[in-house]
Write a protein of this length. Structure first.
Length: 209
């Protein structure tokens, strides 16, 4: 399994994570998030990060804004973490460079049948799925959902697993029929929002070998 560290705000920590061969680096472009990256870094600084797995996280943002930020920061992935419609995704795909991949987030709550329908009818323009815990704050809660739910779904694309992943619960992943392509970690590996605990991340990476 690969690793994504999301909610990055510090260049020195980003460079350290790159040296640790972290596969995906997540930058949150949602102003209401305590990890809103533009409170700490400029677009030019994000662009200066040389990595093949730069993920921009957007929540109900306009296509124009996504395209502008993507171009100015040289993102490799667009993560749609809000309530973006199929029409929105299709329009975004038309305007995005084909090298940039789209990740669509599904927030796991209680409506399993609705979730099954959405996944079965997912637009072909989506390259990856990300499963996260449902919350009004759109992620970063440190809370996990019942991962066994994933065994009831027909998941037709590689997926990222997010939501309260920690050293304590990573063993539960072995009970999943279809393993995640990527583990997406955030708040459980922080000293405070946006300030990552690198030693904890190093230790966690040993579980992924």
């Amino acid at each position: 399994m690969k690793l994504k560290v999301c909610g990055l705000t510090k260049l020195n920590q980003i460079e350290e994570l790159i040296s640790l061969n972290t596969n995906f680096l997540g930058f949150i472009f949602y102003e209401k998030s305590p990890r809103y990256v533009l409170n700490s870094l400029t677009l030019k600084e994000i662009k200066s990060v040389k990595h093949h797995g730069k993920v921009g996280v957007f929540v109900n943002e306009t296509i124009e804004q996504i395209l502008e930020i993507s171009a100015k920061t040289e993102l490799n992935f667009i993560q749609l973490h809000g309530d973006e419609s199929d029409e929105f995704i299709s329009e975004l795909r038309k305007k995005l460079s084909h090298e940039i991949k789209i990740i669509k987030v599904f927030r796991i709550g209680t409506e399993l049948e609705n979730l099954k329908f959405k996944i079965q009818n997912l637009k072909s323009e989506v390259d990856y799925i990300l499963f996260d815990t449902d919350s009004k704050s759109f992620g970063g809660t440190g809370k996990s959902f019942d991962w066994q739910i994933l065994n009831d779904l027909e998941i037709n694309k590689p997926y990222f697993l997010s939501g309260g992943i920690s050293e304590e619960n990573i063993e539960n992943i072995k009970f999943l029929n279809q393993k995640p392509f990527v583990l997406d970690i955030n708040s459980k590996f922080e000293i405070d929002p946006g300030n990552k605990d690198l030693e904890k991340i190093k230790k966690f990476k040993n579980h992924l070998v």
